[in-house]
Design a protein around this ligand. Sequence first.
Ligand SMILES: Cc1cc2nc3c(=O)[nH]c(=O)nc-3n(C[C@H](O)[C@H](O)[C@H](O)COP(=O)(O)OP(=O)(O)OC[C@H]3O[C@@H](n4cnc5c(N)ncnc54)[C@H](O)[C@@H]3O)c2cc1C
Length: 307
Amino acid sequence: MVYDIVIIGGGPAGLSAAIYASRARLKTLLIEKNGCGGQITVTDLIENYPGFNDGINGFDFAVKLEAQARDFGAEIMYDEVTNVENGEVKKVITVNATYETQTIIVAAGTSVKKMNIPGEPDFIGKGVSFCATCDAPFYRSKDVLVVGGGDSAIQEALYLSKFAKNVIVIHRRNELRTAKILQEKIASHTNISIIYDSVPKEILGKDSIEKVTITNVKTNKDTDLKVDGVFVFIGLVPNTLFLSNLVLDKNGYVVTDENMNTSIAGIFACGDIRKKQLRQVVTAVSDGAQAAISAQGYIENQNATTN
Ligand SMILES: Cc1cc2nc3c(=O)[nH]c(=O)nc-3n(C[C@H](O)[C@H](O)[C@H](O)COP(=O)(O)OP(=O)(O)OC[C@H]3O[C@@H](n4cnc5c(N)ncnc54)[C@H](O)[C@@H]3O)c2cc1C
């Protein structure tokens, strides 16, 4: 069987594309390697998605998106895509199977960036975390370090402050790069402090984290901080390893036009994986809708020329 659309990735962008595509009665398959919802499932509260004035839990939001896509008839498969092949009929190759399709929508998002410092690999899952919602309860009444100065880092620091005794945010610049509302919130939390102009150098400990050596990037001076956990939110890396031949920008993001067309006809990209300024749920779902409509237009054109 040849699908109309195969969507790679079941985050907000892929699920939105699945909703629009299956509602248009296109034969739609979405392939997700972990669980549907993508990055947003690790967020305690989405406060900035229009229509939810009390906010919504990221996992609950993902469950609703997945149900909506299934209700319209999208097929959802759990598998990892390892390659895509272009041709008159395109192929999406996974660990377990190969799927044929007229169009492909790439919505594989991004992965968190690691610090790549000594000690980090040893303590991943044992003190180094990339998800406050998942791990914050383990740090009740303990001291934690949050690395990063963007929206995600500050949102997660606020969440951690409900559990930890002290939350220390460390940022390599001399000011935060986050929304003013988050800066106001953080200032009102007495158990959150910020260390500017500094980066972690090494994580030390035996069975668990005992301290982190940090370096002031202006003075080059090292200081040891006694903490029990390190939460890292320093940026993202696009998940493009399985893609070849698509034009990427210098940071590895997929280049598209405003209708989500990539450099290959019939292959579309949407959400955080594409080159754009604002990586948020609201832009991911908007991209997903547009990608589905563009794919539908492509299929109609192909059918018109072959008939
Ligand atoms: C800690 C944190 C807090 C955030 N808070 C907010 C917030 O409050 N508000 C907001 O608007 N945004 C927030 N964001 C950003 C938001 O989560 C992203 O913008 C959004 O999830 C992007 O959606 P996406 O579908 O493009 O990508 P993703 O959410 O990254 O989803 C991509 C999906 O593709 C899958 N995938 C990847 N490779 C493959 C493969 N080879 N085969 C099959 N599947 C694959 C992944 O498993 C994943 O499920 C936050 C992000 C983080 C990390």
